[in-house]
Design a protein around this ligand. Structure first.
Ligand SMILES: Cc1ncc(COP(=O)(O)O)c(C=O)c1O
Length: 317
């Protein structure tokens, strides 16, 4: 079900699905799981995307892969490029957290800094169009999302949830920026459903730090740019959305919840009290869950899965 069978691997995937009993009781729920993507080799779900991108680059004879990233994608692609013996260029801004910078540098990748985040795309576009770099992430506006060969890797999250569940969760809450993760998970579920191997599909709930996808659902064109505060959640702070993200929400009969960036630390502490140290961007999922419980959009019987996309050990401030 993946575009390549042979790809560099450093132990990605098969992350645990944990039932968090105390959090369940505290929130008055019966079935609540966390799938912790922070347990991947570079500490985020991006490790499901990177191997396939390196495989693709190699299969078409490219020797350099470029990634525009605020941290997680850069660290992941850099590690898999090193494992696959491909050159890696990470385009970022000076605001990248030094822990990520260090991790990227140790792989031998080159970091290039641009003044503004959107300038990364311009630089990438030039070098992709003249055939020097193979693009791992989006570089055109309006955006089409990250490299589609890579996004296929997120389907494995759905496969694992299906394999690990007695009954598939009916609600999955996912931290969202442009929506690659959301779309990949949805595609995975749909494929298994279409093959007749499962008989229900979950509703996907996207959580974002300021209204982007929410505005699109309310009618704003998805090709617009959306300005908002993402000071404490840079990993999910982009100013664009994709058509795929919109489609995943619409097709799954899902919903978008906005949990402001400044609330991320409170949510991070809440998870921390239950032993889960998530990146602040990922911690927004608990805020979304509490919001949905409060507005009675979640019932005691619902089977809910929180997707923790990244661990907190990489955050300094
Ligand atoms: C921690 C974290 N969570 C979630 C995401 C999901 O982003 P997207 O919706 O663009 O796939 C990202 C992507 O950069 C991330 O770093």
């Amino acid at each position: 079900m993946l575009p390549y069978k042979d790809f560099p691997t450093i132990g990605e995937g098969n992350t645990p699905m944990i039932q968090v009993k105390n959090l369940c009781e505290e929130l008055g729920l019966k079935n609540l799981w966390i799938k912790n993507e922070g347990q991947n080799p570079t500490g985020s779900h991006k490790d499901r995307m990177s191997p396939l991108i390196i495989a693709r680059a190699k299969s078409i004879g490219m020797e350099s892969v470029a990634v525009a990233s605020s941290g997680n994608a850069g660290a992941s692609i850099a590690a898999y490029a090193a494992a696959g013996d491909v050159e890696c260029i990470v385009l970022t801004t000076e605001s990248m957290n030094p822990i990520w910078k260090q991790a990227i540098e140790k792989t031998g990748a080159t970091i290039v800094y641009t003044k503004e985040a959107m300038k990364r795309w311009e630089l990438m576009k030039g070098n992709v169009e003249n055939g020097i770099w193979y693009p791992a992430t989006n570089f055109i506006n309006p955006p089409v999302g990250s490299n589609p060969f890579g996004v296929q890797g997120y389907k494995t999250i759905a496969y694992e949830i299906i394999e690990d569940s007695e009954e598939i969760p009916n609600i999955i809450i996912v931290p969202c920026s442009r929506g690659d993760l959301l779309w990949g998970i949805w595609e995975g579920f749909k494929e298994v459903f279409d093959a007749g191997m499962i008989h229900s599909l979950p509703r996907l709930i996207a959580v974002e730090p300021f209204p982007r996808l929410k505005k699109v659902l309310e009618g704003q064109p998805y090709v617009d740019s959306f300005i908002g505060d993402s000071t404490y959640t840079p990993s999910v702070g982009g100013i664009t959305v994709t058509y795929q993200a919109l489609k995943a929400i619409q097709e799954s009969n899902g919903e978008v919840v906005v949990i402001p960036s400044h609330q991320a630390e409170t949510e991070q502490k809440h998870l921390g009290k239950h032993g889960i140290y998530a990146e602040r961007s990922s911690s927004l999922v608990v805020g979304a869950l509490k919001y949905l419980i409060k507005k009675q959009a979640i019932q005691e019987e619902d089977k809910i899965l929180l997707l923790i996309s990244s661990n907190g050990y990489k955050e300094l401030f």
